[in-house]
Design a protein around this ligand. Structure first.
Ligand code: DAH
Length: 501
């Protein structure tokens, strides 16, 4: 995905989280296990009744991981998302997200790579966007997409937010950073407002390599990496003047090519490790069948665009008949090193979403499961972190019935294209998703827009969304589904100003 579309949709819908393959996450259940209902559900309070993007009654301060932050009119984080900031699934022993992190770390050994897993999710807009070269009008900055504490402070949308800080620290030749990241998004089996990423970087210093010859030093390091037997498609040159440029004058063609080669081999080894383990787990779970697929894994490199790398790529893996995008990466923009006061450093970075990978690795069908405290889920992974040979595909517990309910409404104002009276509609589907998540939490499997039209005379816009109420853990009663749906409709009216049809 190259060009402008790449910025908005490859980066934003992006890597390891949202786009095509993706993951899902759902929130945790703060209810104790002794309560009859295990669907998480936030109390809907009139306190939260303002639109998520135009909140007027937000709390003055919020506390996140022990620190207090002052909010302002930009605040748009629901209490349920705030509650998830303390979960840190990537650090929970034997959680599939943590196991996946560990497998990735095993491919990037210390002491070359240093591991950081405890960085706070609250960062500045400077760290999350400006320090990485995001333009001021980048769609990822919108309040419809990002959770803001106040105008200058947000819940990080990606682990790249810490690149500048780690480059400044110059603590090692490379690092891996794992953390929870936050994005306002759709509700379905592969999207959740919180998920986890691993960010990785490798850095070389011109003043520290023999003869100052970076390309030779990088190639020597490449020669020391293991090889693999995956089938790799890499049809493009290491850089391309228009599509994927070299950073002249900072890097010579030889340097950029060497760094790209080291980057690609390192990430191929990572993907090989993950998918070989996934294959082995499947084989081990079917001991009687003829298993042992002999076909090698297939991966391919696709040119990409990120504001903080050039050239850039995505890596795709051929898995169960489809090409899956698993990560984004590239040669680090030299401005990041320069701004960090490290003029002589250069190297590569990558970012990968953990849930998407964990879903493939463990065959987990719904992202909400990661947040479950249900023993039927958690017990299946006990002991795996210390002995990866025990890794097996997840065995789903029974699938409970779906219950579809539609909600149709008129938007509050008229469409900008409609020409009627009243304010133009500023509608973002993600605001509706937030209301649904707040009211019904993990009892909703997905929400889809099924119809949309504009009244030819009044210019008003009508929408119809279909909500699928289905718990992962039990059968919902008609009564409680109806009650939740009522509350969703009430929330839409109160928070988004719609008129139910
Ligand atoms: N931060 C990007 C995202 O969330 C992923 C990414 C792409 C990270 C390229 C990187 C990179 O470090 O080099 O979509």
């Amino acid at each position: 995905m190259v060009g402008p579309k790449g910025i908005a949709s490859a980066l934003w819908p992006r890597t390891g989280s949202r786009a095509s393959i993706t993951l899902l996450v759902r929130r945790s259940s703060p209810l104790t296990t002794s309560l009859p209902t295990r669907c998480w559900r936030a109390a809907y309070s009139s306190d939260a009744a303002a639109s998520p993007s135009t909140a007027t009654t937000s709390p003055k301060t919020v506390e996140i991981n022990g620190k207090k932050y002052t909010t302002d009119s930009w605040f748009n984080v629901s209490s349920t998302v705030l509650a998830l900031t303390s979960r840190k699934l990537h650090l929970q022993k034997d959680h599939p997200v943590a196991i996946t992190r560990k497998i990735i770390e095993s491919v990037f050994p210390a002491p070359t790579y240093k591991y950081y897993n405890e960085f706070d999710p609250v960062v500045s807009t400077h760290e999350n966007f400006d320090s990485l070269g995001f333009p001021p009008d980048h769609p990822g900055r919108a309040r419809s997409d990002t959770y803001y504490i106040n105008k200058d402070t947000l819940l990080r949308t990606h682990t790249s937010a810490h690149e500048a800080e780690l480059f400044r620290a110059r603590a090692s030749g490379g690092y891996l950073l794992s953390a929870d990241v936050y994005r306002r998004d759709e509700v379905d089996r592969s999207h959740y407002p919180v998920f986890h990423q691993v960010e990785g970087a490798r850095v070389w210093d011109r003043t520290k390599v023999p003869g100052g010859n970076i390309a030779a030093a990088v190639r020597a390091d490449l020669d020391r990496l293991p090889t693999h037997n995956m089938k790799v498609e890499d049809p493009n040159p290491p850089f391309h003047a228009e599509r994927n440029p070299l950073q002249a004058p900072h890097h010579s063609p030889d340097e950029a090519a060497a760094i790209a080669a080291h980057l690609k081999r390192s990430l191929e080894l990572m993907v090989n490790e993950i998918f070989s383990r996934a294959k082995a787990a499947v084989a081990a779970s079917k001991p009687t069948e003829e298993t042992q697929e002999t076909e090698p894994l297939r991966v391919r490199w696709v040119e990409a665009y990120f504001p903080f790398t050039s050239p850039s790529w995505e890596l795709e893996v051929f898995y169960q008949g489809d090409w899956l995008e698993v990560l984004g990466c590239g040669v680090t923009k030299q401005e990041l090193h320069i701004n960090a006061g490290s003029l002589s450093q250069l190297g590569w970075t990558f970012g990968i979403g953990l849930e998407r990978i964990a879903m493939l690795l463990f065959q987990i069908p719904d992202i909400r499961l990661f947040w479950s405290r249900d023993e039927r889920f958690l017990a299946q992974f006990r002991g795996v972190e210390d002995n990866l040979q025990k890794l097996r595909p997840f065995v789903p517990f029974s699938r409970h019935p779906a219950c579809y309910k539609d909600v149709s409404f008129w938007l509050g104002g008229v469409s900008a294209a409609g020409g009627g009276k009243g304010g133009a509609v500023d509608w973002h589907g993600n605001d509706l998703m937030e209301v649904v998540r707040d009211v019904a939490g993990d009892c909703v499997e997905d929400v889809r827009l099924v119809d949309e039209f504009m009244h030819p005379k009044t210019g008003r816009r009508s929408m119809c969304y279909r909500i699928n109420y289905r718990s992962l853990e039990r059968t919902l009663t008609n009564g409680e589904t109806n009650e939740m749906h009522e509350r969703v409709m009430k929330g839409l009216v109160e928070r988004l100003g719609v008129e139910i049809r």
